[in-house]
Write a protein of this length. Sequence first.
Length: 450
Amino acid sequence: MSELNSSTQVVESRGQWKSTFGFVMAAAGSAIGLGNLWKFPYLAGKNGGGAFVIVYLSLIIIVGFTLILAEMAVGRKGQSDAYGSFKTIDKKFGFIGFLGILTSFIILSYYSVIGGWVLKYIGTYIFTGISSNESSNFFVNLISQPLEPLVYHLGFMLITALIVLGGVEKGIERASKFMMPALFILLIMVMIRSLTLPGAMAGVSFFLKPDFSKITISTFMAALGQVFFSLSLGMGVMVTYGSYLKKDGNMPKDSLTIPFIDTLIAMLAGLAILPAVFALGFEPGQGPGLMFITLPAVFDKMPMGQFFGFIFFVLVLFAALTSSISLLEASVSLVVDQLKMNRKKAVVILASVAFILGVPSSLANGVLGEVMFFGKNFFDLMCFFTDNIFLPLGGLLLCLFVGYIWGPEKALREITNDGKLKFGLGKVWIFSIRYIGPVLLGIVLINSLI
């Protein structure tokens, strides 16, 4: 009984989700990021439209659900940060959690740089908007400046830190419960405006018309990579968020809801972006070029374009923030749990270090543009290491740990609340975590490196 009381006190001191809705909004917010907005729609359109979506949804269920549930189970079992949770289950394997935390911290450093660009665009759309003739120059001038991107990078990091300072319930959960519904409403507004433009159906056709002839091995790899990178897997975030769950929660249900919301937002983003791009005569693309160059040009040609440009970049800000707060929380949880540092001090120190680490990325297209590593500037190098090595490696190690070290039967006991919950997919999940997950993630890792 004393052990139970001790455990309860630890949970309370660490913080806990107040509601299932709050947890799902925070976890889905972590998964929903810039990739949903600037990558998924283009990937779908270029790789068979509706056929790609079918492949993607299949992989979401097979791989995404399996790994999210595994990460949440590790976190709730360990009742600690990602490093501590893995170590609690088996003291030799804390390094898997540490790798995830390190990955999320590196991602935060350059993610904040992009978030800073979004702040600049919001400010611009409040006052003037951006003309189609100047959209390219506007972006290039911004990222090549020595000081301005740093100011916005700092601003975005400060907003992230202020939310995380509030803790699990009053900071992350409260912010996510506001930003996620707001993001959804704003995205619906932009989608309706986009779909009502003359010629919008060409974009819908590009995005959703099934073309099964385009389903190849490369299409499968594109879908698999997007599933993995879209769901915040392999970076310690879902382990950390899982550690704040109550012991009587329904993890299987939550693990299905999170990728469903993530995919829904990606689909809505496609219907918000691509119809407008096609209707106004622009070429579809992906990445920063789509968001910061093509779309401002699209908004300039659109009736009430300044208003809808502002709305769009506010929803992008919400998508970026719900991700960045989870990235920072993974590291804060480590320092609070392992070093017994108070949250305020941990947030200030870690946010400051992440900001400093992001400075070379912020300057990589300007004063440090000539500094190259293996043919890549600092920003691209950070992206390469996290996306192509650390994330798939972390996911692979997770599968091997749960499937062969902890043991899927023990994990299932955690998942089903010691058998109190019915989980009809238990045997399928075991097969997936032991065999399908490791094989597919091994393929992702190898494919990323060749």
